[in-house]
Design a protein around this ligand. Structure first.
Ligand code: GCU
Length: 427
């Protein structure tokens, strides 16, 4: 008997074996951080359709492969695209102040009703629009984790007691005003001529598993047991599209130049929102990791097995079966990036964020390149390998590895602003 096995008493051993048998994924539950232990794998080719047809033209991509991949990601990972009768969605301006950020910006708070006759659920969009602009402003749309009032010290932003919130639930909303402000370079963004809009993701759908009874899920109708009912990421992504509907109504905003961005679980959300909704002119994934930009087949850091166990509500039921066998996935995350093509995309990692697998995030961006080329862009440019820290590389597809932790920092924003200037503004 091996020394490891000898440490178990018999009943404990039996229980462990039973657990392992019950959960085929159990072996994969411990995160691997050793590059030498990354399994060998073949990535599915984005330019070969499920029936084996080679995708050789932009028309083939649009007519055949893009819809097929969108459908696969919906059925097997995020759940099908939710829908709500458009007439139920209404917007109401709550506040507008043209003297925000020391006079540089106009701040607006606009309430989005997802089911207007019932006034709930709803989510408030906080927007800063540069006052110094020649026409409608391009805009970043980025959801936040803890409430609009945590992104800034600006006392004009309402602090709300959001029902069902999971973060800071034991604190009064006002006690956390500004706690996340280091992630929100509002001044920098507005000074560069961009508007920034943010929405508290838990107003769209609280981040807890309650059988999809809270937030916007009940609006999507009876849930079937088809395995492809939308999880939380699908709901948040849907909410971002409604936020874009709202931005489209504002004459001060150029909604054709809307860049959807997100950090971490909200980076996964931004990718899925941008893949589906082609009105987004560009997409930014900040440290999105497993289920976002990172290749699932590398099983480095967080894995499909681990994420499904820790966050069972984020993805659809069908995704669960892949924890034990990622090679059976009919796609990998480079194809999620490819679904954004030909629109510009930025994938960012951080050196200390090994949980999110920076190399896997880079490789997804890299392997999306053939689709970007087929669609007539220069893709990732001349880049052949993952760059060292703190340089931004690529072209229509961009990438950087920031020094430091899992976070959004000024360095990240500086790259995103340059990227937006060089891609979205020049198109
Ligand atoms: C956890 C989770 C990640 C996620 C992150 C976040 O670490 O495992 O997948 O990206 O939370 O959203 O902050």
């Amino acid at each position: 008997m091996s020394p490891v096995l000898r440490r178990f008493t018999r009943p404990a051993l039996a229980a462990t074996v039973a657990t392992l048998l019950l959960s085929g994924a159990a072996f994969a539950q411990k995160a691997n951080y050793d590059e030498a232990k990354v399994p060998k794998f073949d990535l599915p080719n984005p330019l070969v359709a499920a029936d084996g047809t080679k995708i050789e033209t932009a028309d083939d991509w649009r007519a055949k492969r893009r819809p097929e991949l969108l459908d696969l990601f919906a059925r097997e990972m995020f759940g099908k695209r939710p829908s709500v009768a458009p007439e139920k969605i209404k917007f109401e301006e709550l506040t507008s102040d043209s003297n925000a950020l020391g006079g540089k910006a106009t701040r607006k708070e606009i309430r989005i009703y997802f089911d207007a006759p019932n006034k709930t659920p709803k989510a408030d969009l906080l927007i800063y629009i540069p006052n110094d602009r020649k026409g409608p402003a391009p805009v970043f749309l980025m959801p936040n984790f803890q409430g609009n009032w945590t992104t800034t010290d600006d006392p004009g932003v309402a602090a709300l007691d959001v029902a069902g919130r999971t973060r800071n639930a034991n604190k009064k909303p006002d006690e956390v005003r500004g706690v996340a402000k280091s992630r929100w370079a509002f001044d920098k963004i507005v000074s560069r001529g961009y508007a920034i809009a943010t929405v508290y993701y838990e107003e769209i759908d609280p981040d807890k598993h309650d059988g999809f009874k809270n937030g916007v899920h009940p609006l999507f109708g009876e849930r079937s047991d088809s395995g492809d009912e939308p999880g939380s990421i699908a709901a948040w992504a849907w909410g971002l599209s409604r936020a874009l509907d709202c931005l489209e109504t504002l004459p001060e905003i150029d909604a054709k130049k809307a860049i959807v961005a997100g950090h971490s679980r909200l980076g996964k959300t931004a990718l899925w929102a941008g893949a589906q909704d082609e009105r987004f002119a560009a997409v930014i994934s900040n440290d999105s990791g497993c289920g976002g930009a990172a290749l699932s087949r590398r099983e480095f850091g967080e894995t499909v097995a681990i994420i499904n166990k820790s966050f069972p509500h984020w993805f659809c039921e069908n995704f669960k079966k892949y924890g034990a066998d990622v090679d059976a996935l009919p796609f990998d995350q480079h194809q999620l990036i490819a679904l954004i093509a030909p629109r510009p995309v930025y994938v960012a990692s951080a050196t200390l964020d090994q949980w999110a697998d920076p190399k896997g995030e880079f490789l997804s961006a890299f392997y999306a390149d053939p689709v970007y080329r087929l669609l007539g862009t220069d893709g990732i440019g001349e880049v052949k390998e993952q760059p060292g820290p703190d340089v931004s590389v690529g072209s229509t597809i961009r990438y950087h590895l920031r020094t430091g932790k899992h976070d959004v920092q000024d360095f990240d924003w500086e790259q995103y602003l340059d990227f937006a200037d060089e891609t979205v503004l020049k198109r």
